[in-house]
Ligand binder design. Sequence first.
Ligand code: FMN
Length: 195
Amino acid sequence: MKHSLTELNDVIRNRRSIFPKDFSSRKVHREQIQVMLENARWAPTHKMTQPWAFEVFMGDACASFGHDHAEMYKSASGDAFMEKKYEKIRLNAERSSAIIAICMKRDPEEQIPLQEEISAVSMAVQNLHLTATAYGIGGYWGSGGMTYSAEMKSYLGLTEADRCLGFFYLGYPDIEWPRKKPRHEVRMFTKWHEE
Ligand SMILES: Cc1cc2nc3c(=O)[nH]c(=O)nc-3n(C[C@H](O)[C@H](O)[C@H](O)COP(=O)(O)O)c2cc1C
């Protein structure tokens, strides 16, 4: 065996979504995020378009981003505005040690279908999340708030063809590492053809 399958299985199966309400004040370091991003860039990418793009908010920039995101929601929501949602957007950011905006930058030649570019970014995020898990750092991919809005696109300097796919909130958990959420058995989603 070339690599430790036991270690690999452990990291993959122990990866969990851990939410900002459960983050402690312990800081995630820039060097650790650098390693997460290094691993992210080794995701597969059709025609090597490497469509992932990340904006990292750390330190005071987390709260500023949270404020901007919440205000963006307030301006856009009109009569549908909910104070609870505003506060959730703001507090998720304030409680995080770092936030990574997950973006897809469309290849100008549009050589491959959009879903393949989004798939490549998703695989990069999985690499990032598994790396965080190996450090004992918690995180989750949040796609709420203004993720898919034109306002967020403009805030992040994205073009019409690009996409914001969400935000990865990072922090050390101050709870026991959560237990696995049950998944369907392999036999329930797999059909084998052997003859
Ligand atoms: C593309 C994507 C978007 C997600 N958006 C949200 C979200 O907006 N809010 C949320 O609570 N969880 C979100 N999640 C995390 C899922 O809730 C989580 O992965 C799921 O509950 C399984 O838990 P686990 O990651 O601990 O295995 C998202 C996950 C993915 C892949």
